[in-house]
Structures are given as structure tokens and as C-alpha cells.
Design a protein around this ligand. Structure first.
Ligand code: 5GP
Ligand code: ZN
Length: 311
């Protein structure tokens, strides 16, 4: 039987316990900031294997592969209303564009332990909060019949400091995205989630799809979350990582309707506003789930898991 981490330590904090075990095993390196880690070669080898697994599926769909940077254009961010929905999660990149004099003041403030950040100004980029956000401004105009499939992966940032090693501020996301007609988008999300559940099953991670909502901010956000749930626009594959706690989402499947395609003028082959849908693998979360489930030494993981991961 699979015993989720923390079953025998229910009295303590299971998040902290798994965090400490991963750090003591040298798999993660902690930093002065919660939820920000260095990764060991063993850990990153598992991440690469999961990325390769998703890539094999994307190749079957004849996807175009795009590795995206951890920052996106501020203009992309503005066009997709991220600040209206998730102001508390975002991170903005600020830069110094001052004169010699202002530089002297900057250094003076740094050395005095003062507020040097006030001398910076916003740069043209913000931190990316989902891999697929970078994609839409890269696709222009009208799509071919049948739409297009893209594989998009990169590091994402969300300001959610936590002792839970499965809730990182900087984490890998690997998505398979469809852009085209509404039916195609819905089918991609539904079929894609089934494929994802199969892949997770091969890794010994039993996961179940459940309707979910994004953590929209504030009072207005409650209404957005309710309609997202009612219309089943978001499904998450959840798996137990911590005994006695909520299950953790390791993959999500999202129907965006025309939210991302419309601002960038992306049209289906018939000239209608295109719809998009993504299946997003949280590669760090899946890695953490694997260590929690199968132990801290990949060499001693079950043969079936190793075979699926390192074919
Ligand atoms: P979503 O855009 O659905 O919130 O995120 C897509 C996937 O990224 C999630 O299913 C999850 O696997 C992963 N993810 C979301 N937030 C975090 C986080 O705070 N830390 C880590 N490691 N992964 C996350
Ligand atoms: Zn996405």
C-alpha cells in the first residue's frame, strides 16, 4: 500500500517534514526566501525525465515546441488582464536607468540599508506566471483548419511563500496548448487530461480529475471563480502528497475560450475568434510527488516507474 508522507507524523507539520527531508537528502537547497530552491542533479534529472515524457506526447500531436523565458512582455501581461484577477501573485521586474548622481544615491541607500528600490523603475518585462501566457503574442492572425498545437515550457513565478515544498514561488511548467476552433479546444482539454492521468498512472501517481477554480482575487474574484467552476473551465488532476491534507494539483486542464486569443487577433480558419485550451504539467510538483510517494532515492523506485520515466 502507498503511504503518503506524513502518515506517521500527523502531529507535526507534514509540509515542513517533507521540506526538511528533501533538504536533508540534498535534493533541494533552501534559500533565505520561502518557496525558492536550488535543485540537485538527481532532482533535476527527474524534472528532465518528466519534461521528456510530456515532449513525447506533444510530438504525437505534431506540436510546435517553444521553450519560453521566465519573464514575459509587460504588454502581454496587460493585454490578458492578469492584474484584474491575480494582483497578489504577480512579480514585476524593476530596473535602474539613472544618472551617475542617482547611482551615487542608490549606493548610499544600499550601504545605509535604506529604500534603494524607490530609485528603480518598471522594466518592459514581468515574471511569467504560466508558461502558455508567452505563446499567444507569438501566434499571429488566422490559423489553419484544425488549429495548431504548441508545447510550451519554462519557469513560472507566483508570490505564494509557503513551507509546503509543493508550493514554490519559482517552478517549472510544461504545457501542451491547442489554439483553433471552440470544439477542438474543448476536445484537447478533455482528451489531454485523460492522457495526463495515464502518464501520471505510469509514474505510480494515482490522480483524479476534479473541477477547480483559479485563485481570483477579492470580492469580484469570488464571482469569477464560481462561474469557472460551474462551467467546468478548469479541471485539476489531484493526488495525495500529504496524509490528512487536501490533495495537491499536479496537472491542470484549462479552457480559456477566447480570453488569450482575442487580445492578439488570433482567428480560427473560418475567421472566428479562436479559442485556446492548455494541459499544464507542474513538473516540480510531479517531481515532489514522486519523491514523497516512492522515496528519496530514485534508484530504489519501483521498476515500472523507472521504466516509464527513463525509457
Ligand atoms: P495553474 O495554472 O493551473 O494554477 O498551474 C498549472 C500547474 O502548475 C498546476 O497544476 C501545478 O501542478 C503547477 N503549480 C501551480 N502552482 C504551483 C506552485 O506554487 N508550485 C509548484 N511547484 N507548482 C505549481
Ligand atoms: Zn496554460
Amino acid at each position: 500500500m502507498i503511504v503518503p508522507v506524513g502518515e506517521d507524523a500527523a502531529a507535526g507539520d507534514p509540509h515542513q517534514e517533507l521540506h526538511d527531508r528533501l533538504v536533508e537528502a540534498g535534493l533541494l537547497f533552501s534559500t533565505p526566501v520561502q518557496g525558492l530552491y536550488g535543485r540537485s542533479e538527481t532532482y533535476q534529472g527527474v524534472v528532465r525525465a518528466i519534461d521528456a515524457m510530456v515532449h513525447r506526447w506533444a510530438l504525437e500531436l505534431a506540436a510546435t515546441t517553444i521553450h519560453v523565458p521566465p519573464v514575459i512582455a509587460r504588454s502581454t501581461f496587460d493585454a490578458t488582464n492578469y492584474l484584474q484577477s491575480f494582483p497578489d501573485l504577480m512579480g514585476s521586474v524593476h530596473i535602474f536607468r539613472g544618472t551617475d548622481r542617482e547611482h551615487a544615491e542608490l549606493v548610499r541607500r544600499v550601504e545605509a540599508g535604506g529604500d534603494w528600490q524607490a530609485l528603480l523603475e518598471p522594466g518592459e518585462v514581468v515574471l511569467s506566471s504560466a508558461a502558455c501566457h508567452a505563446l499567444y503574442p507569438m501566434i499571429g492572425g488566422r490559423l489553419p483548419a484544425g488549429g495548431r498545437v504548441f508545447e510550451v515550457s519554462g519557469l513560472c513565478f507566483r508570490h505564494e511563500p509557503s513551507t509546503d515544498p509543493a508550493r514554490m514561488q519559482s517552478f517549472g511548467m510544461h504545457e501542451v496548448v491547442f489554439v483553433g476552433d471552440p470544439d477542438g479546444a474543448q476536445r484537447h482539454r478533455d482528451r489531454g487530461l485523460e492522457v495526463a492521468l495515464g502518464l501520471l498512472g505510469d509514474l505510480g501517481l494515482e490522480a483524479e480529475p476534479v473541477p477547480a477554480n483559479d485563485p481570483f482575487f477579492g470580492r469580484l474574484g469570488t464571482a469569477l471563480a464560481t462561474s469557472q467552476l460551474e462551467e467546468e473551465l478548469k479541471l485539476e488532476a489531484v493526488t495525495p502528497i500529504f496524509a490528512g491534507r487536501d490533495r495537491t494539483a499536479i496537472v491542470s486542464g484549462n479552457c480559456h475560450r477566447d480570453h488569450f486569443a482575442q487580445p492578439f487577433g488570433i482567428e480560427s480558419d473560418t475567421g472566428e475568434p479562436a479559442h485556446s485550451a492548455c494541459v499544464a504539467f507542474g513538473v516540480d510538483r510531479i517531481t515532489i510527488a514522486l519523491f514523497a510517494r516512492h522515496g528519496l532515492e530514485p534508484a530504489s523506485w519501483p521498476d515500472e516507474v523507472t521504466a516509464a520515466l527513463f525509457p
